[in-house]
Write a protein that binds this ligand. Structure first.
Ligand code: KIV
Length: 275
């Protein structure tokens, strides 16, 4: 059976931690699905990790639909959440509804995620009322990197922490089924988690959240432009890839690849008849 919003809610009620990773393509999604991940986020972080932008601002609806649909084809059981890119929902409730609909219809999402608290509650309400599950995203919201003055830890002052608590309650009341908490102090994330009846998914928010999400290139050591403090390297796939590329280059230059076993044959008789 496919994971849904009900899987998320049941996990919170049963105290079972939710595992989530980003993915942006079919093959990676299939591997994660086979490994038993609860949910995949087609994050707009694809702007950094797949497209080489320095932030997520330039990511388009077409990018998200293209990668979302590829991931959805590889995800048999896991739930696929697709990010709403910058300016696809901030402009109006109408735009948010139309674009969330496109991510479901064309991107084959199981849910959408958008960044922000009270200010985007009308959008969250309208999208959920249209039957589209919404995951909220609070704390460090990378689409607001220019307003925040950089990718920095959020919620450290009384006012900022209180705002995050109020935003969390507001997005829950607006209908969000879960909330990502990014780069906030662990004790604040735990407090928010205790106050909410919907699950929180942490990234750089300590282990008091109901689940965790990581960018997959970070946890596999495949992305070195910027390595956040919270990004544990679970395997050094980046170096494994580099070593494989070097072996390939060496064998090609030495002429040892392709060998007999990787080569198709033809009867000499056929060859002899050619002119
Ligand atoms: O785009 C993304 O990958 C995200 C995660 C960092 C939560 O939003």
């Amino acid at each position: 059976m496919k994971n849904t919003v009900r899987t998320f809610q049941a996990a919170k009620e049963e105290g079972r931690k939710i595992s989530m990773l980003t993915a942006y393509d079919y093959s990676t999604a299939k591997l994660m699905d086979e490994a038993g991940i609860d949910a995949i986020l087609v994050g707009d972080s694809l702007g950094n990790t797949m497209l080489g932008y320095e932030d997520t601002i330039s990511v388009t609806m077409e990018d998200m639909i293209h990668h979302g649909a590829a991931v959805a084809r590889g995800a048999k059981k896991t739930m696929v959440v697709v990010d709403m890119p910058f300016m696809s929902y901030q402009t109006s409730v109408y735009d948010a509804l139309v674009n969330a609909g496109r991510l479901m219809k064309e991107g084959r999402a199981g849910a959408v995620k958008l960044e922000g608290g009270k200010s985007v509650c009308p959008q969250i309400k309208a999208i959920t009322e249209a039957g589209i599950p919404v995951m909220a995203h609070l704390g460090l919201t990378p689409q607001s990197v220019n307003a925040l003055g950089g990718n920095r830890v959020q919620g450290k002052s009384i006012e900022a922490a209180q705002n995050i608590v109020e935003d969390a309650i507001a997005v829950q009341e607006a209908g969000a089924f879960a909330a990502v908490l990014e780069c906030i102090p662990a004790k604040l994330a735990t407090l928010v988690t205790e106050k909410l009846s919907i699950p929180t998914i942490g990234i750089g928010a300590g282990n008091g959240c109901d689940g965790q999400v990581l960018v997959y290139q970070d946890m596999l050591g495949m992305f070195s432009d910027y390595i956040p403090k919270f990004a544990k390297k679970f395997a050094d796939v980046g170096n494994v890839m580099k070593e494989a590329f070097k072996s390939y280059i060496k064998e090609v230059s030495e002429g040892t690849y392709p060998s007999e076993g990787h080569t198709f044959q033809i009867d000499d008789e056929v060859l002899g008849k050619l002119y």
